[in-house]
Design a protein. Structure first.
Ligand code: GLY
Length: 309
């Protein structure tokens, strides 16, 4: 049994571990961990207080995948609900579908009685206004929205929370939740709710979850690529490095920022990150009283970035 998570799961990881210690499933543990993160107003990249789109609306994306049977559920561009990860779980459990977006996700969340919330905080509103003021000299009020999104590209979007758990039965679950790219074009969906891009779990081989610029993870099918490499017998670090090399070949229009968290079927885990700061992730085993902080794989091992294609 164990649970790993992105640094911003610190507030919720032990709650997830307690679920496992009490005999709960990996799915329960991942959901519980991410629900705690979604409730924190201080994290501008997830749930309550997530930074809004260019119109000032907070649009949330989330997904969950059960490695026992490859069942998955996801929501994208969901507005007005506190726990997109729980809505994603109910999509997995109640519908023959995997992904609900926008109005459909909203309708479903309403039908299952999901908790409503005003997600835009004062800080989120002020941050958007400040950014728009800063570019008002280059983009006029009457210009199309996409021009404003382009003007704000210099602001580095960040965040997203993910967790991967293994329960007493050896079953793996991954979950990802995010408010996505800050000040994005309305309706923009990142990798987090896309199974195979930002999230993938298969009990037989392992799991992977991504944070960072979703467009990169989508274009290389990052999470599924890692698990597919594990299925061929590749070492975890090797699989992560090779998938990261694929990401480094992309032309994104913004600097690549990508973190891939992964776990093998044998319980080995690692983070591969483009972050120049000392990237780390969290991990907790039964009996731990607080999350362990573990360093990412050394980026130097990746060598120079290959030529862009
Ligand atoms: N990785 C989160 C996003 O790009 O939306």
């Amino acid at each position: 049994m164990l649970i790993i998570g992105s640094p911003n799961t610190e507030c919720g990881l032990m709650a997830g571990l307690r679920v496992l210690e009490c005999g709960g499933s990996a799915v329960d543990a991942v959901e519980q961990t991410l629900r705690v993160v979604e409730e924190q107003a201080g994290d501008g990249s997830v749930g309550l207080g997530g930074l809004p789109n260019i119109l000032g609306q907070v649009e949330l994306d989330a997904s969950i995948m059960d490695g026992r049977n490859l069942a998955a559920g996801a929501v994208a561009a969901l507005q007005g609900f506190l726990h997109p990860i729980s809505v994603a779980r109910r999509v997995m459990e109640l519908l023959p579908h995997v992904l609900l977006v926008g109005q459909g996700a909203f309708l479903f969340a309403q039908e299952i009685g999901a908790e409503r919330a005003e997600l835009l905080t004062e800080r989120g509103r002020e941050e958007l206004e400040m950014r728009l003021r800063a570019v008002s000299g280059t983009v006029a009020e009457n210009e199309p929205l996409y021009r404003r999104v382009q003007a704000l590209l210099g602001f580095r979007p960040g965040g997203t929370a993910c967790a991967i758990a293994v329960d007493a039965g050896g079953h793996i679950c991954t979950g990802v939740t995010t408010s996505g790219w800050a000040f994005k074009y309305p309706g923009r969906v990142g990798d987090s709710p896309l199974i195979g891009a930002g999230n993938y779990a298969d009990d037989r081989y392992g799991a992977a979850a991504c944070t960072g610029i979703g467009e990169a993870a989508i274009r290389i099918g990052a999470a599924r690529s890692v698990v597919l490499r594990l299925s061929t017998g590749q070492r975890l670090d090797e699989a992560l490095w090779q998938v990261m090399q694929e990401a480094r070949r992309l032309k994104l229009g913004v600097p690549l920022h990508l973190n891939i968290y992964a776990l093998s079927e044998s319980g080995e885990h690692a983070l591969c990150s483009t972050s120049r700061e000392r990237a780390h992730y969290l991990c907790a085993y039964p009996g731990d009283r607080e999350p362990r902080r573990l360093p990412a794989l050394p980026l130097a091992a990746l060598g120079d970035a290959p030529a862009c294609t």
